[in-house]
Design a protein around this ligand. Structure first.
Ligand code: ATP
Ligand code: MG
Length: 268
């Protein structure tokens, strides 16, 4: 029997509030296939990740389904051990007093922060695992530091730790380098590449083709909830397709497996 896909979305119609973000949307991502999903602001990227992460459900309808690893139903705890999600909007929801270790430990509870009722439930083993996770990210010095006193890059590393504490097979990253300086962004991308090299599958959501590591070969271009193109990088990342996706003239330069974009200027 062939392996169930990581994600299989069929004919899904998905609303955020009154906005219909996806209308009978289809997408399949096999296990062990790194993918980058690209699209402009508001095209539905984060919504798609929330669907995969079981935070948003599609409208029930004939033939529509969202299957993760072949299953329609998941309890969030089990799902966390397969898929780790890092999203920078998570960052904003933490209590400023939470420490780096709190953020990583919170991954065990699929919760934001560990204050209140959860604080008493954390075991010594979980703390130890969380500490080791931070250590593996060269971030053990952040364990006792409050989020409020960290840079964006340091906070982001703690969120990566939160996703990794379960040792999931797949990491889903929503705009991983948003707000990071060059050194922090390169460091973060390098870490992702190393995780990919040891067998973690990567699903990367981004605005910028330039941050897609060379090992990600499949690209999905999204515009207004529709797939504009989906397939091999060299076929999908064309100036024409990017213009269709973003609605502006784009030039592309490929260097060392990276795709850099810059504006197409009339007469330039
Ligand atoms: N909570 C919400 N209530 C109503 N509409 C929403 C909500 N969140 C998002 N939307 C709408 O859903 C659409 C898709 O938003 P989404 O956040 O998925 O886009 P995105 O591709 O992640 O954009 P960005 O690149 O800016 O992060 C947008 O039109 C947005 O205005
Ligand atoms: Mg988004």
């Amino acid at each position: 029997m062939s392996e169930a896909p990581l994600i299989e979305i069929r004919d899904a119609t998905i609303f955020r509030g009154d906005t219909r973000v996806f209308d009978r949307f289809n997408l399949t991502i096999p296990q062990h296939e790194p993918v980058a999903i690209l699209g402009p602001n508001g095209s539905g990227k984060t919504t798609l990740l929330k669907v995969i992460n079981r935070e948003i459900y599609p409208v029930q309808g004939d033939g529509s389904s969202v299957r993760i690893l072949g299953r329609d139903r998941w309890n969030v705890w089990d799902l966390r051990s397969h898929i780790g999600l890092v999203s920078h909007d998570l960052q904003m929801h933490y209590h400023a007093r939470a420490t780096g270790l709190d953020v990583v430990v919170s991954g065990f509870y699929s919760s934001i922060g560990v204050h209140g009722v959860l604080a008493g439930r954390i075991t010594a083993v979980q703390r130890e695992l969380a500490y080791t996770t931070l250590k593996n990210l060269d971030a053990e010095e952040l364990a006792g530091r409050r989020l409020a006193n960290m840079s964006t890059g340091q906070q982001r590393r703690c969120l990566l730790g939160r996703a990794l504490v379960h040792d999931p097979d797949t990491l889903i990253l929503d705009e991983p380098t948003a707000g990071l300086d060059l050194a922090a962004a390169f460091g973060y991308l390098d870490r992702i590449r190393r995780l990919s090299a040891v067998g973690k599958n990567i699903v990367l959501v981004s605005h910028s083709p330039g941050e897609i590591p060379p090992e990600i070969q499949r690209i999905v271009l999204l515009r207004a909830g529709r797939v504009i193109a989906d397939g091999a990088k060299e076929r999908v990342l064309t100036e024409y397709n990017l213009q269709q996706t973003y609605g502006v003239g784009v030039r592309i330069a490929v260097v060392d497996g990276y795709y850099f974009t810059y504006p197409a200027v009339a007469g330039g």
